[in-house]
Design a protein around this ligand. Structure first.
Ligand SMILES: Nc1nc2c(ncn2[C@@H]2O[C@H](COP(=O)(O)OP(=O)(O)OP(=O)(O)O)[C@@H](O)[C@H]2O)c(=O)[nH]1
Ligand SMILES: [Mg+2]
Length: 295
């Protein structure tokens, strides 16, 4: 039996969360076209006949402008330090560029095998694959490389089998039926945040935090009350929308996904509150469950 940890690391928007969902075959991490979607580590567990792999999705590493972003980067670097293998996930549609250097150095310093996961090949013309791949391989000796599409790909068996060869002997840490160990309320809050990321623009999605204030199972389903925190009055106005139209859209989209996740009928009430500059206040960031905490 083999057991080990694998970190999914890379720049924002590379497709890390899409890949962890594909690997565990369940949507455990939210995904969006906007950078900096993931704010904290998300564990996903894969079992084969003779191995258990604990994958950890991490926030995309980027130049931080707020305390929240600093803590997101720290979360990623912290996860990278304690794993057996790192997947460096890159957007294969672009060749290696100067913006990739920081992340590459960071994963290289961890001193464990790094797999180059060359993602989004469904969008890359065949004649460019080799050119872009070579631009990466010239920079670092990757233990393995896998060109793939996290979004369209179906068969990740080869990737899993190769990964297992790099893991030590050991016993499973999680029971076989566990796919993710993130608390249920956190996953519900993340589903709501995903809809905000899709439906709003510019600063609004990045300034939004979601907290579940009440969740109660009743005889015909589940009642959930969630609070969306934003930094400014203007952002609150945008989130609520004309006669509550935006909040209604977010609520309807989120409710459908939450019903699927909890497998029951859901009544969802959303509220919006201004928590001025929360992204620079450590206590708030911790309270909402984002980024790395020192203690
Ligand atoms: N065409 C294509 N799009 C992809 C692929 N993988 C991810 N995407 C898209 O890329 C965008 C970003 O995907 P995410 O999985 O959220 O990226 P991430 O690396 O987790 O981003 P952060 O959480 O912000 O660090 C989404 O719109 C995905 O649908 C792929 O293989 N092909
Ligand atoms: Mg992500």
């Amino acid at each position: 039996m083999r057991f080990g940890f694998v970190a999914l690391a890379g720049r924002p928007n590379a497709g890390k969360s899409t890949l962890i969902n594909a690997l565990v075959n369940e949507k455990i991490a939210i995904v969006s076209p906007k950078p900096q979607t993931t704010r904290s580590e998300i564990r996903g567990i894969v079992n084969t006949e003779d191995a258990q792999i604990v994958f950890t999705d991490t926030p995309g590493i980027h130049k931080a402008n707020t305390r929240l972003e600093t803590r997101m980067n720290k979360e990623a670097s912290n996860v990278i330090q304690g794993v057996d293998v790192i997947y460096l996930i890159v957007d294969g549609t672009k060749p290696y560029g100067s913006g990739d250097e920081f992340v590459l150095n960071m994963v290289a310093q961890a001193g464990v095998p790094v797999f180059l996961i060359f993602n989004k090949i469904d969008q890359l013309p065949k004649e460019k694959v080799l050119k872009h791949l070579t631009s990466w391989q010239n920079r670092f000796t990757f233990a393995e490389f896998f060109p793939l599409s996290a979004l369209k790909g179906k068969d990740f068996e080869d990737l899993l089998e190769t990964t297992i060869r790099y893991l030590p002997e050991g016993d499973a840490m999680y029971p076989r039926e566990v796919v993710s160990d993130n608390p249920e309320n956190f996953r519900i809050a993340e589903i709501i945040r995903e809809k905000i990321l899709y439906l709003t623009e510019e600063e609004v999605p990045h300034a939004a935090a979601v907290v579940i204030e009440r969740k109660e199972y009743v005889k015909d389903g589940c009642e959930i009350q969630a609070m969306i925190l934003v930094e400014r009055q203007g952002q609150k106005g945008i989130l609520i929308g004309k006669q509550g139209s935006m909040l209604k859209k977010i609520g309807t989209a989120a409710r459908k996904d939450i019903e699927q996740f909890l497998d029951c009928h859901v009544r969802l009430s959303l509220f919006v509150r201004v928590e001025k500059d929360w992204r620079d206040i450590d206590n708030r960031i911790t309270q909402y469950g984002y980024g790395h905490t020192d203690e």
